[in-house]
Design a protein around this ligand. Structure first.
Ligand code: NAP
Length: 319
């Protein structure tokens, strides 16, 4: 099969398109024929070495949409021909086939495309865990999705809206903001506009928001703390540097800053998260937005694109 492999840390040019042996499923494993692969910012961080040691060569990625091609012994949950999405793999996602443990594979309803399936694993699970397990969002609360136009943001808007929250989403471009509105945001703001937090306070009658799902904390955390309502929570999902905050802004509101890494999710949480996500796909409340499709051989270009401003849903690779 064809796959992207990384033999050393570095820039996008270390993503090599190569021929590698097909994996075979062992006991409790399934082999998935890949139709689409989700590209996530974390794969650029791992590739460049900032997440520490890695065994070389490795195939990047965790998220695919595809079809079960073969099942190993003792697999009763899936059979050949089942449509599935993955949230993790044994062998790596940027490939024509991926080997998975059954806990890493989830059913993909008929009406959901493989490209949409490839947008589930990291982005939707991140949005779900940030909103409901860390942020404890309740129906009727007002939530700011700070960076709502990308993979995690569009997922968070759909999930929070479906849950009955009042959703304020931000985007950096006109196109991105239109997309955010279409996903169910009640109000949309421009995170590059100088007065947008004043607009946010006006939208909440100067009360502030109950929770913020933050995609770029190193830019926004200090400001976030000034627009929280009493007992408000900021869930830090994305961060690319450091920032100075005024702790008094948390004291005066009894506010909380909550870190969130999907990598810390327990097995039980992942089970809960994907049960919720599969139900949302099946009943139509969740519909991942695909912004751009590129060939698997163009993974390097996808790694450049994912870090550029002007997000519009999810970038997927086609093998
Ligand atoms: P993405 O698709 O590239 O989207 C990035 C988002 O950040 C876009 O909505 C972008 O908006 C927005 N953004 C840019 N400048 C901003 C600003 N000044 N203020 C607020 N938002 C801004 O990436 P993603 O997959 O959604 O991931 C988002 C972040 O979460 C990344 O940093 C990623 O590494 C992180 N993440 C963390 C976890 C975890 O477990 N903690 C899991 C997944 C992702 P415009 O492009 O419209 O300006």
């Amino acid at each position: 099969m064809k796959a992207i492999r990384v033999h050393q840390f570095g820039g996008p040019e270390v993503l090599k398109f190569e021929e590698v042996p097909d994996p075979r499923p062992g006991s409790g494993q399934v082999l998935v024929g890949v139709r689409a692969i989700g590209v996530n910012p974390v794969e650029t961080y791992v590739r460049s070495g900032i997440y520490g040691p890695k065994q070389f060569p490795y195939i990047p990625g965790t998220d695919v949409g595809g079809v079960v091609e073969e099942v190993g012994q003792n697999v009763k949950q899936f059979k050949k021909g089942d449509r599935v999405y993955t949230n993790s793999t044994v062998t790596g996602a940027y490939a024509q086939k991926v080997l998975c443990e059954i806990s890493q594979v989830h059913p993909l309803p008929e009406k959901v495309s493989f490209e949409q399936g490839a947008a589930m694993g990291v982005p939707y699970a991140t949005a779900y865990r940030a909103l409901f397990l860390r942020g404890q969002i309740r129906a009727g609360e007002t939530v700011l999705i700070h960076g709502a136009s990308g993979g995690v943001g569009t997922a968070a808007v759909q999930l929070a809206h479906a849950h009955g929250a009042v959703v304020i989403g931000t985007g950096g471009t006109e196109e991105g903001r239109k997309l955010v509105k279409k996903q169910g945001a009640d109000h949309v703001l421009d995170h590059h506009s100088p007065g947008y937090l004043k607009q946010l306070m006006a939208l909440t009658d100067n009360r502030g928001v109950d929770a913020i799902i933050e995609m770029l904390a190193n830019v926004n955390l200090a400001k976030d703390l000034t627009v929280l309502a009493k007992h408000g929570r900021v869930v830090v999902v994305g961060n690319r540097g450091s920032i100075e905050i005024n702790p008094r802004d948390t004291m005066s509101r009894d506010a909380s800053i909550l870190g969130m890494s999907l990598m810390n999710a327990t097995e039980a949480e992942l089970k809960q998260i994907h049960a919720g996500l599969v139900a949302g796909l099946a009943n139509g409340t969740l519909a991942p937005v695909i912004g751009r499709e590129m060939p698997l051989s163009g993974a390097a270009e996808a790694h450049e694109q994912i870090l550029k401003p002007g997000s519009h849903g999810k970038i997927v690779l086609k093998p």
